[in-house]
Design a protein around this ligand. Structure first.
Ligand code: NAD
Length: 261
């Protein structure tokens, strides 16, 4: 636990499920005030709000589509209206869909880019605007992926969105460091969440993914939430512009593990 986080206000996008939910629950344990954004799963979002309150934090659920500018403005206003500030913005919402690149239509491409890349931009830029106008030395955390540096056939839109998040994170970090606003990303490897549920329900596919992870296992969402809590805390007050990979070593060229090459 990080005592400086207690009472701080956070907005987390896509927080009704998976990694976003785990971050929301962890922030609740840190006694933070959390705006739980959801797109359509209102019931799930209400459960997250309830769990945060039971842990000693405060929370509200707000429906907002991260790819829409007006929704993002409303989301950030909700933090101000309900809790009086915005200290930590977590741009977590994301989607993926397998399509061979030569069969990918512009619509397919735009859908993923608008949520993953444009949604992250809207969240980051609107949060920073709020922090500048209200003299908050806050932080932004963008949910990237190991696929910001590992190419991913059949997921060119997804990998491109995460590669873009890496450069966006670095650029915003550089631009706003003089104002005391930190901007970082997290690069998860393979995590057990709804986005992967179908894939990991097949034991053969699951085993082949585990083989790509030097530490040998698929992580749970709370193993990413602990990284978000650290990045948000003052323990990381000199850290900006990085992607912190939490991937069990997936980005370490695992095929070289036994000394080949
Ligand atoms: P998830 O599907 O549980 O979470 C994604 C959430 O985003 C969902 O709650 C979904 O409703 C929400 N969302 C989708 N579109 C939205 C929109 N337009 N507006 C608002 N919310 C929207 O899966 P997850 O694994 O928890 O994914 C969270 C993030 O982590 C994503 O950005 C994903 O790319 C990233 N990530 C996940 C893994 C993994 O292995 N699970 C690995 C690397 C990165």
């Amino acid at each position: 636990m990080y005592s400086d986080l207690a009472g701080k206000v956070a907005v987390i996008t896509g927080a009704a499920t998976g990694i976003g939910k785990a971050i929301a629950l962890r922030f609740g344990q840190e006694k933070m005030k959390v705006v739980v954004d959801y797109r359509s799963k209102q019931e799930h979002a209400s459960e997250v709000v309830q769990a945060i309150k039971e842990a000693g934090g405060e929370a509200i659920a707000v429906q907002a589509d991260v790819s829409k500018e007006e929704d993002m403005k409303r989301l950030i206003e909700a933090a101000h209206t309900s809790f009086g500030s915005l200290d930590v913005m977590v741009n977590n919402a994301g989607i993926q869909k397998e399509i061979p690149s030569h069969e990918m239509r512009l619509d397919d491409w735009n859908k993923v880019i608008s949520v993953n890349l444009s949604g992250t931009f809207l969240g980051a830029s609107q949060a920073i605007k709020y922090m500048l106008e209200n003299d908050v030395k806050g932080c932004v955390i963008n949910m990237s992926s190991v696929h910001e540096i590992i190419p991913w056939p059949h997921f060119v839109h997804y990998a491109s969105s995460k590669g873009g998040i890496r450069m966006m994170t670095q650029t915003l970090a550089l631009e706003y460091a003089p104002k005391g606003i930190r901007v970082n990303a997290i690069g998860p490897g393979a995590i057990n969440t709804p986005i992967n549920a179908e894939k990991f329900s097949d034991p053969g596919v699951k085993a082949s993914v585990e083989k790509m992870i030097p530490m040998g296992y698929i992580a749970e969402p709370d193993e990413i939430a602990s990284v978000a809590a650290w990045l948000a805390s003052q323990e990381a007050k000199y850290v900006t512009g990085i992607t912190l990979y939490a991937d069990g070593g997936m980005t370490l060229y695992p095929s070289f593990q036994a000394g080949q090459g």
